[in-house]
Design a protein around this ligand. Structure first.
Ligand SMILES: [Ca+2]
Ligand SMILES: [Ca+2]
Length: 223
């Protein structure tokens, strides 16, 4: 009977395993500080590294009634490009063997052109540190929100197993463009899911083998 309890325990590990729930480690809605209609500023927790960018509160000519997460957006560009990034110690640090997924929505305001190339990126240490993940959110990329509209929720993912030297460094989210046009962004949510350790996987396999042994013993006892 004691052996059976061991097998059931192993089986529980096999099915439940370690916690692989996605933990949300950072969100950004660009609602702070609060802006007047058509007002612009610099969002809390972010730095304008270069060029044009910040956050703003669009009016109807820009987004005919469409809203993201609240009524304010992050932005970069217009004529000379721009780079907006999160501050150090804002997003958290890179954990080992973890899958990170950044949810976001894009906006193409009605009164400005949208850039051909603009990038949403996740870096280590600073905006100029190693690029952990990058997607072209411009019209040359796969996403092209129509003029005056927002995209649905999009995702940018990477696995930190490919970036061992960067483990423990600050994560930095970057929105950047160097061409004409303006890209808007909102409703950022970065989640992290740990990848099970090999030793835990081995224990899970042991649990399944244990179940097989119990089944066989029952079968032979009956015959
Ligand atoms: Ca917002
Ligand atoms: Ca536009």
């Amino acid at each position: 009977m004691k052996m059976h309890w061991f097998f059931f325990s192993a089986l529980a590990v096999a099915f439940c395993g370690p916690s692989t729930e996605a933990a949300i480690i950072y969100t950004a809605d660009f609602q702070s500080p609060v802006l007047l209609d058509n007002g612009a500023g610099f969002p809390t927790g972010w730095t304008l590294q270069s060029g044009n960018g910040g956050h703003y509160n669009p009016v109807n000519a820009q987004y005919a009634g469409a809203t993201g997460n609240g009524n304010q957006f992050g932005w970069v560009g217009v004529t000379l490009g721009g780079t907006l990034r999160t501050n150090a110690s804002t997003v958290g640090t890179l954990a080992a063997n973890t899958i990170y997924t950044l949810d976001y929505i894009l906006g193409n305001r009605g009164d400005f052109g949208y850039p051909a190339d603009a990038f949403l990126e996740i870096h280590a240490t600073t905006f100029s540190g190693p690029t952990l993940a990058s997607v072209n959110i411009g019209t040359n990329g796969t996403v092209d929100p129509a003029d005056g509209t927002l995209s649905g929720t999009l995702q940018l993912s990477f696995n930190s197993a490919s970036f061992v030297p960067q483990v423990g460094q600050d994560l930095v989210i970057v929105l950047t463009t160097s061409v004409t046009g303006q890209a808007n962004i909102d409703d950022l949510s970065l989640s992290a899911v740990p990848i099970p350790e090999p030793s835990t996987l081995a224990l899970a396999v042991l649990g399944l083998l244990g179940l097989g042994v119990v089944a066989l013993r029952k079968k032979y006892r009956r015959t």
